[in-house]
Ligand binder design. Structure first.
Ligand code: AMP
Length: 211
């Protein structure tokens, strides 16, 4: 395999972003993440599509899924431009999974398994450095630098109410996607409830085995 095409699945807070950054660096592939792409375009005018809301941000701040029309387009453009990639945050429902099948072939499908209680704790304690985009956690991982500590912010969708809604939306929409890849025999389950280094050992070994 030249440049691997990797899909990473898991609930919000499962550690997909952290592991994807390491994958991108180690295996020299593009990190394609719909969450970041949409956050950078929260105010984009999608009023012409005549949907429930006129911007992606209005869906995101409520923990709802941004409509497929918008997200599929972002993913198609990003994958067309990449040789190898790690795709994170997509597909989030069965229609998106079908669309993905039409536009690409995957080499590895990883699933990070984390309990609901742990997910909630990770999401509500997460803080982001607005200057670097780096994630921290109020209990487990605060930066040493006081200036960085002071400028940390909470994502608008990491408040407890919205985080709970995101987990519910995940259970309703994305859990069937996990089942689909399980049934096709492609899914590799990884215990995501450990610190990032332990998870990384399994992630790396799985991709190397498939290469
Ligand atoms: P994330 O950073 O992956 O947790 O995504 C944050 C938010 O972006 C989600 O709660 C959704 O509102 C939106 N979003 C990200 N990826 C998708 C997707 N594949 N389909 C629909 N909405 C998405």
């Amino acid at each position: 395999m030249s440049e691997p095409k990797i899909l990473i699945l898991g609930a919000p807070g499962a550690g997909k972003g952290t592991q994807s950054d390491r994958i991108a660096e180690t295996f020299d592939v593009e990190h394609v993440t719909t969450g970041d792409a949409l956050r950078a375009n929260k105010e984009m005018d999608i009023g012409y599509l005549d949907l429930k809301y006129d911007t992606p941000g209005e869906y995101m701040d409520r923990g709802e899924l941004v409509p497929d029309e918008v997200v599929n387009e972002i993913v198609k453009t990003a994958l067309d431009d990449a040789d190898g990639y790690v795709l994170d945050g997509y597909p989030r429902n069965l229609d998106q999974a079908e669309y993905l099948d039409e536009i690409t072939d995957l080499d590895v499908v990883l699933y990070l398994e984390v309990s609901e209680e742990e997910l909630l704790q990770r999401l509500t304690g997460r803080r982001v450095d607005p200057e670097t985009g780096e994630n921290y956690h109020v209990e487990f991982d605060m930066p040493d630098d006081e200036d960085v500590r002071e400028r940390l912010v909470q994502r608008e969708d990491d408040t407890e109410d919205v985080a709970r809604e995101r987990i519910r939306v995940y259970e309703d929409n994305t859990a069937p996607v996990v089942e689909r890849y399980e049934e096709s025999g492609e899914l590799v389950r990884i215990d995501g409830e450990r610190p990032p280094d332990g998870v990384w050992e399994d992630v790396r070994a799985t991709i190397e085995e498939a290469s």
